[in-house]
Structures are given as structure tokens and as C-alpha cells.
Design a protein around this ligand. Structure first.
Ligand SMILES: [Zn+2]
Length: 355
């Protein structure tokens, strides 16, 4: 696998928006910083699409579409709605690296033809459900083949998106941790509006097959009661049965096991582009079921827990349990109270010896 990651600000700033639009059969008129073209998002005859080729942003005054270049490709090619794939294609078309100093990607951005979506893709139509009650209704302690499982949800929660440029508590939470907005969108994370997820960052959790099984709510400083837990799971959700993002990480020969959601959210895309999977045990312990998930895929495993007492103790126990299953495992945990999610993604991967 190619060893490049995606630095979104680098792609946004250095991309060639005129070349990207030309790839999708939109020719721009004029030669200044502000140019115009036929809008690909509505039946346009005017042209109504305003493009700033220095800032790499677009705005259609007729249909209201607008945003940065990554948003443009996500909208124009619905098979690139994943921002990472969109950024890779932008880098490829623009002839730039997907991060500073990298060669332009050549194979990873799928060439999907010049399919132009005429309409802006709708967000999923999600019923307004409360994660708590819905999971309670759907979750089960019954066993399939004698094994407990989390029943997949039949809905998605309607979450408030965290929009770059706004000044909300969620924006401050992400920016303080240098978590890219594109990752939040890619992972379907937003701020809960109802029920137990209200005012928390709601993080979708999937089972090994990629079915949505629960939302976990992360406190972002909007809760009235300081006694509320930092992470809140639905009552009947059996957290010990899942590893966060295992459905993606299981494809890799090397898997790094961390404690927190935030580490996976922040570094997961870069990890994948460096050729390893990243999962969270959602705590400092590992269950027999979680070990069995790892053992099924037979990767080599690095345990990389936080550098506090709980993390260091946990890593020893967790590493021992994984080793007992027969997997190759090494402890690469932090020390001196440092935590992997505080690191920048490239430093994190380098420290693990993955770059
Ligand atoms: Zn338009």
C-alpha cells in the first residue's frame, strides 16, 4: 500500500480547482482570481457558478451550492463522498502530493469516469429517534449460536453537523485537539439533538461487519451535570463485543490497539494510508470477545495506550491477553502522561515505526 496520508489543508490550499472542474466537464471563463462556469448542481444556462481559483472555493448563487474544493468533489462525484477519496483524486488531478513533500497519488484515487451528479446528494433520511430507547428496543442479550451480539440499528440519528468556520463548542473541542473536520464527516459524527446523546458528540459504532450498532456520546463541555460520564453508551449496548472501527482495521496485517475513540478518529485515515489498522477497545481493558475478533483476522498487534498509570497498567494486561491468543503482540504505549490523540498523525505513525 502506498505510504502517503492526506493533509486536508495542504490539498485545499494547493489544489488546481480549474483542472478539477475541467475533469468533470466544467470549463471556467475568465482568467482572474474569480471565474465563472456552468453550475454542475442544477440545470444552469447562465453561468452561475462562481469560483475563486486562488482560494479554491466555489459558490452558486442560483442553487446555493458552495464550499471548498473537497466539498466540490464530494458533491460532483457521489462515489467520492468520502472526503479522503475526494482529496486523493483532487491531489491526483492537480499533480500535487496529498501531503507536503509527498508525490502525487496515482493509483489510490479511483478513476471513476466523468460522472457528474446533477443534483446535490441528499443526506440520509433519518427518523428522529433517541439512541437510548432505540438501542434498548433493538439490543438483545439473546445469543446467536450461543454468542451474545449487538443487534444492528435500523435507523441513523439525525445529528447536527460540525461545520468548519462556525464557532460552537463542538468546533472548539475539535480544534483544540486538531481533529480534521473531514474525519468527523467521514465517520458520520455530529452533535446529538435528542435523548441521551443531547449535546454530546455522537460517534457511530459498528460491528465487525460494518453494521451500525450504537452511538457513543462524548462530552464536549455542554452538559449541565459535571457528574455525567465523559463517554456515554446506551444501557443495553454490549461494548465488550466490539472494537471501534474494527470493520475497517481488520483488513490490515498490522493493527494498533488504542484506548480512546479520539485517537482512532484523529489518526485512523493516516494510519490506513500508512498500511495499518487502528482500533479502540473503548477503555483500558480488553474482553475475550474483543481478543477473539483480533485473533480471527490474525494480524500482528501493537498496543498503544495512554502514558498515564491506568494506560500503562492496562497495556500490560491487554498485551498479555492478546499474546495468550497466539497473536504476535508488542507494547508501544506512551509514557510520561503523554497520549496518542494529542500527537499529530504523522508523528504518531512515525513513532510506531509505520512511516
Ligand atoms: Zn447551481
Amino acid at each position: 500500500m502506498a505510504r502517503f496520508d492526506v493533509d486536508y489543508p495542504h490539498v485545499r490550499e494547493n489544489a488546481d480547482i480549474a483542472a478539477v472542474l475541467a475533469h468533470y466537464n466544467v470549463e471556467l471563463q475568465g482568467d482572474g482570481e474569480q471565474r465563472k462556469g456552468l453550475c454542475p448542481f442544477h440545470d444552469d444556462t447562465k453561468p452561475s457558478l462562481n469560483v475563486n481559483v486562488t482560494k479554491n472555493v466555489f459558490k452558486c448563487h442560483a442553487c446555493g451550492s458552495g464550499g471548498n474544493i473537497i466539498k466540490l468533489v464530494q458533491l460532483i462525484n457521489t462515489s467520492l463522498s468520502n472526503p479522503r477519496l475526494a482529496a486523493l483524486q483532487i491531489a491526483e488531478i492537480s499533480g500535487i502530493g496529498a501531503r507536503p513533500g509527498a508525490e502525487p497519488p496515482t493509483v489510490s484515487a479511483p478513476r471513476l469516469g466523468k460522472t457528474v451528479a446533477k443534483a446535490k446528494p441528499e443526506l440520509e433520511n433519518v427518523p428522529e429517534a433517541d439512541a437510548e430507547t432505540a438501542v434498548s428496543k433493538n439490543a438483545t442479550l439473546e445469543a446467536v449460536d450461543g454468542k451474545p451480539f449487538n443487534r444492528p440499528l435500523t435507523f441513523k440519528l439525525k445529528l447536527a453537523p460540525v461545520v468548519e468556520g462556525e464557532d460552537t463548542q463542538a468546533n472548539q473541542f475539535l480544534e483544540a485537539r486538531n481533529i480534521p473536520y473531514e474525519r468527523i464527516e467521514e465517520l458520520g459524527i455530529g452533535v446529538g439533538q435528542k435523548g441521551s446523546m443531547t449535546n454530546r458528540l455522537a460517534i457511530p459504532v459498528h460491528n465487525k461487519d460494518g453494521d451500525l450498532v450504537a452511538y457513543c456520546g462524548r462530552d464536549i463541555g455542554l452538559l449541565d451535570d459535571p457528574e455525567e460520564p465523559k463517554y456515554k453508551f446506551p444501557d443495553k449496548f454490549q461494548k465488550q463485543l466490539e472494537l471501534y472501527r474494527w470493520h475497517v482495521a481488520k483488513e490490515f496485517d498490522q493493527v494498533v490497539v488504542v484506548e480512546s475513540f479520539l485517537t482512532v478518529i484523529k489518526h485512523g485515515a493516516v494510519a490506513a494510508s500508512c498500511g495499518f489498522g487502528l482500533v479502540s477497545v473503548m477503555g483500558t481493558v480488553i474482553s475475550d470477545e474483543q481478543v477473539a475478533l483480533l485473533a480471527d483476522a490474525n494480524p500482528s498487534v501493537l498496543v498503544c495506550f495512554d502514558g498515564d498509570d491506568a494506560g500503562q497498567m492496562g497495556a500490560l494486561v491487554v498485551g498479555g491477553l492478546i499474546a495468550k491468543s497466539g497473536l504476535w503482540v508488542k507494547d508501544a504505549s506512551y509514557s510520561n502522561n503523554c497520549k496518542p490523540h494529542q500527537e499529530n498523525s504523522e508523528v504518531f505513525c512515525r513513532r510506531l515505526g509505520m512511516i
